[in-house]
Design a protein around this ligand. Structure first.
Ligand code: AMP
Ligand code: GLY
Length: 426
């Protein structure tokens, strides 16, 4: 069997390593991949957003199954294009991927099907948005671009001046192009954030172990928002009670809603939740595996990822297919100094063996190149150093031990990944 994984970050590396572990017989291609992924799969330089190029590659190479992991190709309809060409793929159709690609779609879906989420209004006129915000006069106010915006389309305004600037930034200056033609203005929710990824086959939904991201660049949740600086799994804040409530009030109703809207969701459905005093509420859906959540969730999977993925595509997913190891996982991101702003590339990475790994941990490569047996930095987020252990404390210790061994010039790492979870504080 030949499998093609679309993308080239740490999340794709984690998917590929779990596929290899599940099925050593699989031949795995990755497009475009990266230096570290090249140690585990054949990397082919086709851009993740190149629909035609990807279909051509899959046909030429006789690929049996494609795993479409990043948001952009899903929103563009890569799964539909592959299916039209007769190639089965993991991931939602273009219509189902709207659950992430359009905040207006997902908010309206939640309202229509009474799925708990922050109260909101939608605007396509900047003046109307400004009037509403001034009238509400409640801060922080949350202002979200409708479309995909590289994870930067959500602005939490602390006062009226910031809120007016956010409306201008998104709607008038069009910082993210047409993504900002419409905005959602919503209520600010307080509580612990938890990410729950779930396998879905259109009808059945099977949640994975929960996880917790650390989005800000610096310790104590300070600094700019990033793609994620580290994760732990499972989240100790997500109790069995919470999980049951989420299943009944959020996971199953979302699957039903998508079916009723004529776009059943198949693939990985990511629930971004806030555990508020009034119960769990959805702050966002993603139509794909999270990055870097995947780097701490998949290492805990104790069953065959390939079997699960193909079952999602075939509509034959069952609960019993998805089993988890006891224990905990932690992933600490090593980023280039300056990230998420500008940073330098091309720094030699020390402490990796020829396969890009380091003893005691698993190293997921997010932005690296390889020259012979040497690896170099090639992105903002460079590596995800992951460890699995019987307890979260030990997993964190092991991961940070790995961080001490794998280094490069101007490396930036948060030193407090998992610290709040360990203390049990909010
Ligand atoms: P999103 O891109 O929708 O995940 O939003 C990015 C981040 O903004 C989330 O991870 C939350 O920390 C925060 N956020 C989004 N919506 C809300 C909300 N309604 N209340 C509080 N925080 C929010
Ligand atoms: N780590 C958050 C995301 O993948 O969107």
């Amino acid at each position: 069997m030949k499998v093609l994984v679309v993308g080239g970050g740490g999340r794709e590396h984690a998917v590929i390593r779990k596929l290899k572990e599940s099925r050593p017989d699989l031949e795995i291609l990755c497009a475009p991949g990266n230096g570290g992924i090249a140690a585990d799969a054949e990397c082919v330089p086709v851009k993740a957003t190149d629909l035609e190029g990807m279909v051509k590659l899959a046909k030429e190479r006789g690929v049996d199954y494609v795993c479409v992991t990043p948001d952009d190709p899903l929103a563009l309809g890569m799964v539909d294009a592959l299916k039209e060409a007769g190639i089965p793929a993991f991931g939602p159709t273009k219509a189902a991927a709207r659950i992430e690609a359009s905040k207006v779609f997902s908010k309206n879906l939640m309202k229509k099907y009474r799925i708990p989420t922050a109260a909101y209004e939608v605007f396509d006129d900047p003046e109307a948005a400004r009037d509403y915000i001034r009238k509400e006069n409640r801060y922080p106010a949350v202002i979200k671009a409708d479309g995909l915006a590289l994870g930067k389309g959500v602005i939490i305004a602390q006062n009226e001046a910031e809120a007016m600037a956010a409306v201008d930034h998104l709607m008038v200056d069009k910082a993210f192009g047409e993504s900002g033609s419409r905005v959602v203005v919503e209520e600010f929710l307080t509580g612990v954030e938890v990410s729950v990824l779930a396998f879905a086959d259109g009808t059945t939904v099977v949640p994975m172990v929960s996880s917790m991201d650390h989005k800000r660049a610096n310790d104590n949740d300070e600094g700019l928002n990033t793609g994620g600086m580290g994760t732990i799994a499972p989240s100790p804040f997500y109790t069995a009670e919470q999980a049951e409530r989420c299943r009944k009030e959020i996971f199953l109703p979302t699957m039903d809603a998508m079916r009723k809207e004529g776009c059943p969701f198949s693939g990985c459905l990511y629930f971004g939740l806030i555990l508020t005093e009034d119960g769990p509420k959805v702050i966002e859906y993603n139509s794909r595996f999270g990055d870097p959540e995947t780097q701490s969730v998949l290492p805990l999977l104790d069953s065959d990822l390939f079997e699960i993925m193909t079952a999602c595509t075939d509509g034959t997913l069952t609960e019993s297919m998805v089993r988890w190891k006891d224990g905990a996982a932690a992933c600490v991101i090593e980023a280039s100094g300056g990230y998420p702003g500008s940073y330098e590339k091309g720094k030699e990475i020390h402490g990796l063996d020829a396969d890009g790994q380091c003893e005691g941990v698993t190293v997921y490569h997010a932005g690296t190149t390889r020259d012979g047996g040497t690896y170099y930095t090639n992105g903002g987020r460079v590596l995800g150093i992951t460890a699995v252990a019987p307890t979260l404390k030990e997993a964190l210790e092991k991961a940070y031990e790995g961080v001490g061994k794998v280094t490069f010039e101007a490396m930036h790492v948060r030193r407090d990944i998992g610290a709040k979870a360990l203390k049990g504080t909010k």
